[in-house]
Design a binder for this molecule. Structure first.
Ligand code: ABF
Length: 222
């Protein structure tokens, strides 16, 4: 099985996971990235069995609409049973690095609202220690250099992701060479730097369920 097939398998597994819980009023939180896209494509087959979705990016919203799925603004929605999204890295505690697709802030917001966060990932995303993947930090543009200097004080090597503007009109710093022994502490610490919108550590709001796609099948962890 190649990586695309692993992603398709886990996208379908997530649909199978949520299917028994859906009714005509259900609104589903949907993430961003190529694995989330596989979930969206599999979800389209059920589009008459639920009300609609909230998306964590303009790109996912467009893909949902292209399938004929209604997309709601989060402010129109009271609660979400599920949020389904990928990750760049995930550890045994289901803490993650996310934001490789620059959608981390909206992902964190939709994840905060959802009762159950289901992470869909292929086996390459599973790590013992978070941090090989550079940690994305979304920053207010005028604060970019200041935030970068503060991140250096924390031991990281921030690199400006040139040419990328987030859906919120902000910039991304990718922080290399962080040793992330305490994800929750580091998440808090970086978020306290003035000018940071949020960072890609999802430790305070880790996943509740991991569906991990391996050549032997999709494994479930929680
Ligand atoms: C989103 O998409 C992210 O937070 C993460 O950066 C990325 C994973 O993308 P892919 O599924 O394409 O590897 O979930």
């Amino acid at each position: 099985m190649n990586q695309d097939q692993l992603k398709q398998a886990v996208g379908q597994a997530a649909v199978d996971y949520i299917r028994p819980h859906l009714d005509k009023d259900s609104i589903i939180g949907v993430g961003t990235g190529s694995t989330a896209n596989c979930f969206i494509d599999a979800l389209a087959a059920l589009k008459h069995d639920f009300d609609g979705a909230v998306a964590s990016s303009e790109a996912s919203a467009q893909r949902l609409r292209d399938h004929g799925i209604e997309v709601y603004d989060l402010n129109q929605v009271g609660n979400l049973e599920f949020y389904i999204d990928g990750a760049d890295e995930i550890n045994a505690r289901l803490e993650m690095i996310k934001g490789g697709g620059a959608a981390l802030t909206r992902e964190k917001i939709v994840a905060a609202v959802a009762k159950t966060f289901i992470c869909v990932a292929d086996a390459s995303k599973e790590v013992d220690l978070l941090g090989d993947f550079p940690l994305p930090v979304e920053v207010i543009p005028m604060a970019r250099s200041y935030v970068a200097r503060e991140l250096v004080k924390l031991g990281g090597d921030p690199v400006y992701r040139e040419g990328v503007v987030t859906d919120n009109g902000n910039h991304i710093l990718d922080v290399f060479n962080l040793r992330i022994d305490s994800p929750m502490e580091l998440e808090n610490r970086i978020n306290q730097i003035v000018g940071v919108v949020t960072n890609g550590l999802f430790a305070q709001r880790a996943a509740d369920v991991l569906l991990l796609s391996t050549p032997q099948g999709v494994q479930q962890r929680q």
